[in-house]
Ligand binder design. Structure first.
Ligand code: NAD
Ligand code: UDP
Ligand code: UDP
Length: 308
């Protein structure tokens, strides 16, 4: 079962699971996801879609759970912040309750946002983070932190097999074109020859992982034995400033867009780069797709979307 399976990352995960021969139940309330992401699977004999909100109990019979249900971009998760916390926390409780009844392993899509605006760089799993508990990003950051707490308490208290991944910025086809994330914004702006909006001075950094690499990491993690619970960072450790990303997108699209500067949103982390020593050692995993390569496919996807 994949919750959030009609979203960007979840739909790619489902593709890979089906390719491997698994049966997949996709559970999604279509809040930020769309049926378009899973349209190509309708009629697939091993695929089933269920429209359901994970804030409510769910009684199904499955043997592995990937819990991805949660809005992920700042624009989406700040749209209804109370619902964001509920999805993270109530969603985790329900999915953990389900896993407990079924005695099945459960994967949690956590996030680099648990590190907040980090004072340790690059971020290792041992770092406890620097998160504002009352800011506009807190519904997501604290919601995901509480979900991690619940995962580890179900593990300690009920012996559940858990896999907690801390995902860093990921991009690729099927990102929502208006989710406000930096890659989708810049590519859409460049394709339309509109100004590229740099927040702040553009010197803040992110490290961008192509979605296929990320999904390979999820599946490798799920295959580990019960002694491996994480948290494990999954992301691409090559760091870029946001300005560098903007310049690369303009160059690759041949756009006439100008760079313009806009105010930096509150609590926007200034630097982010995963230390993936643990993932390399434990999962034998590391990203293989460079930003330039992944952007080719992402730009293609958004150009086609514009022509549809
Ligand atoms: P997305 O918004 O495309 O996908 C999330 C999916 O969850 C959507 O299909 C949405 O409809 C569904 N959903 C939201 N609330 C729900 C609810 N209450 N019940 C059922 N379904 C619900 O985002 P994404 O980028 O694919 O992110 C997937 C997961 O990975 C999220 O948990 C996110 O926090 C995590 N993550 C993503 C990134 C990234 O860079 N993409 C980084 C860190 C963590
Ligand atoms: N739950 C669920 N599906 C199940 C089993 C449990 O959705 O198959 C939900 C249930 O609604 C409960 C939550 O998971 O609120 C936590 O379950 P748990 O057994 O841990 O707690 P309890 O039922 O004792 O509150
Ligand atoms: N950003 C930007 N212009 C945009 C969208 C985002 O400069 O049009 C910046 C944003 O301020 C942040 C970085 O790009 O510093 C990554 O933003 P995103 O929302 O993609 O992810 P997150 O902040 O959650 O890592």
């Amino acid at each position: 079962m994949v919750t959030g399976g009609a979203g960007f990352v979840g739909s790619h995960l489902i593709d890979r699971l089906l390719e491997r021969g698994d049966e997949v139940l996709c559970v999604d309330n279509l809040f930020t996801g769309t049926k378009r992401n899973i349209d190509h699977l309708s009629g697939h004999p091993r695929f089933e879609f269920m429209r359901h909100d994970v804030c409510f109990p769910l009684y199904v019979e499955v043997d592995e759970i990937y819990n991805l249900a949660c809005p992920a971009s700042p624009v989406h998760y700040q749209h209804d912040p109370v619902q964001t916390t509920k999805t993270s926390v109530h969603g985790a409780i329900n999915m953990l309750g389900l896993a407990k009844r079924l005695r099945c392993k459960i994967f949690q899509a956590s996030t680099s946002e648990v590190y907040g605006d980090p004072s340790v760089h690059p971020q290792t799993e041992a770092y406890w983070g620097n998160v504002n508990p009352i800011g506009i990003r807190s519904c997501y950051d604290e919601g995901k932190r509480c979900a991690e707490t619940l995962f580890f308490d179900y593990h300690r208290q009920h012996g559940l097999e858990i896999k907690v991944a801390r995902i860093f910025n990921t991009y690729g086809p099927r990102m929502h074109p208006s989710d406000g994330r930096v890659v989708s914004n810049f590519v859409m702006q460049a394709l339309n020859n509109e100004p590229i909006t740099l927040y702040g001075d553009g010197q803040q950094t992110r490290s961008f992982c192509y979605v296929d690499d990320l999904v390979a990491g999820f599946m490798a993690f799920m295959e580990t034995g019960p002694e491996v619970s994480g948290p494990i960072n999954l992301g691409n450790p090559v760091e870029f400033t946001i300005r560098e990303l903007a310049e690369l997108v303009v160059e690759m699209t041949g756009s006439t867009s100008e760079l313009v500067f806009r105010p930096l949103p509150q609590d926007d982390p200034m630097q982010r780069k995963p230390d993936i020593t643990l993932a390399r050692g434990t999962l034998g995993w590391e990203p293989t797709i460079a930003l330039r390569q992944g952007l080719v496919k992402t730009i293609d996807y958004f150009s086609q979307l514009a022509n549809d």
